[in-house]
Write a protein that binds this ligand. Structure first.
Ligand code: PGA
Ligand code: ZN
Length: 432
């Protein structure tokens, strides 16, 4: 059969932070092949699938020789002769052979590179784009992007407490238009930071890394940047924040260093709720830490009826955690990071769980990325509705955005931009 796997091979390549990562190639009998790279997070949740690093002193302990060896040894032997189209079966075979709950034996970085390379090979072997293979003939939307303007937190020397200051343009007609709006705002923000002498550098995901005197100073600067770009905050451009509060949390307390504030969970939620009231914020990710389900539920009661409330570190792309959170009345959207789950199939299960609840779903990159564009295809092919890649700069980010432009063009007249429909229905309704 054309799609029979003949070889699986991995190598060490380098990610956008100059750290080693795993790249996998899958070759099929029909001569088609696929390739994918594992991404890597910096603000990781403790419940994520395990990224296997070599430890020791070489590359600061970040080597991936053991993960590469797992692919070239056990995983390659396991998959040889099987049909690349059987993504679920192959993903299950890898996770079963790994044998650990968090995939720490082979490493989730080994498994995810192979899982994504299998998808790429299966699509190539079928003569389809990856998004087309995933869509299986169903109508799918071009996702609404959330795009970083200022980077902070663990991605920028903790210069701001909040990790991502992003924008969304849900009323754009196409992703092309959403990018044009973003380019305007990104340029205006850069100029504003330069003029006011606040630019410190570029954050890990390519956003401006400015010096702010408070988290609200950053929010004010973002509103000002939108206004200066000629767009209207709260009408055509909205703010989306990833608080990444896991990084601010210690022993039951939350510390906003920039604001010199030390909060209980309820007060932390209160502070975020205050921002939501005073700024044109449409979406909030991780307002509380990875184990603070009560705080997440409180945030949902407080502003989840009108604001998207995304779980990242608290849900870690796990279907069961999504269902548990929903049962506790916590959250209304899931961040989907394939490497948090470990396989394409597990990530899809988390997305399906969210869809069954009428939640939003955002396919997301990590802060450590490569030129790999698989997530653009996942977001479209799964009809996720939203995508998060980082900022509007640096080629590991732009590669994904540009791939979405190509997909939108390939769809031609059939292309439908998710826009407002990307949110949970009650959030979409509140937006009008
Ligand atoms: P990470 O950050 O990839 O460093 O975990 C991304 C996010 O928190 O959404
Ligand atoms: Zn996050």
């Amino acid at each position: 059969m054309k799609t029979t796997i003949t070889a699986v091979r991995a190598r060490q390549v380098w990610d956008s932070r100059g750290r080693p990562t795993v790249e996998a190639d899958v070759t099929l009998a029909g001569a088609a092949s696929g390739r994918a790279c594992a991404p890597a997070g910096a603000s990781r949740g403790a419940h994520e699938a395990w990224e296997l690093r070599d430890g020791g002193t070489r590359f600061g302990g970040l080597g991936v020789d053991r993960a590469v060896a797992a692919v070239n040894g056990e995983i390659a032997a396991l998959l040889a002769g099987r049909n690349a189209l059987d993504q679920e079966g192959l993903d299950a075979a890898m996770t079963e052979a790994d044998g650990t709950a968090n995939l720490s034996r082979f490493g989730a970085n080994a498994i995810v590179a192979v899982s994504l390379a299998l998808l790429d090979a299966a699509a190539a072997g079928s003569g389809l784009a990856r998004w087309e293979l995933l869509a299986q003939g169903c109508k799918v939307r071009i996702p609404l992007p959330e795009i970083q303007i200022f980077g902070g937190g663990a991605h920028a020397g903790r210069r701001t407490d909040v990790q991502d200051f992003m924008i969304m343009a849900p009323r754009a007609d196409s992703i092309r238009e959403a990018f044009e709006i973003t380019a305007d705002v990104f340029r205006a923000a850069g100029r504003l930071m330069e003029e006011t002498g606040r630019l410190a550098g570029a954050a890990d995901e390519g956003g401006w890394w400015p010096m702010f005197s408070s988290n609200e100073d950053a929010l004010d600067a973002l509103v000002q940047s939108i206004e200066r770009s000629g767009h209207r905050p709260g009408e055509d451009v909205f703010i989306s924040l990833d608080v990444a509060a896991n990084e601010l949390h210690d022993a039951g307390r939350y510390r906003l260093g920039l604001d010199n504030a030390d909060f209980s969970s309820a007060d932390m939620v209160g502070r975020v709720a205050d921002w939501v009231r005073r700024y044109p914020i449409l979406s909030i990710e991780d307002p509380v830490s990875q184990d603070d389900l009560e705080g997440f539920a409180l945030a949902t009661r407080s502003f989840g009826a009108t604001t998207q409330l995304i779980g990242d570190d608290i849900l870690v792309t796990d279907a069961e955690r999504v269902r548990r959170a929903a049962a506790a009345g916590a959250g209304n959207a899931v961040l989907v990071k394939v490497n948090q789950a470990g396989t394409v199939s597990r990530a899809k299960a988390a997305l399906d769980a969210a869809k069954a609840l009428n939640w939003g779903a955002i396919v997301s990159a990590r802060s450590g990325e490569t030129e790999d564009v698989a997530i653009a295809h996942l977001a479209v092919g799964w009809d996720a509705g939203q995508i998060k890649v980082g900022s509007f700069a640096r080629s590991e980010r732009m590669a994904k955005w540009n791939e979405l432009l190509r997909i939108e063009e390939a769809m031609g007249a059939d292309a439908v931009f998710a826009g407002v429909s990307a949110f949970a229905p009650w959030v979409a309704e509140a937006l009008g």
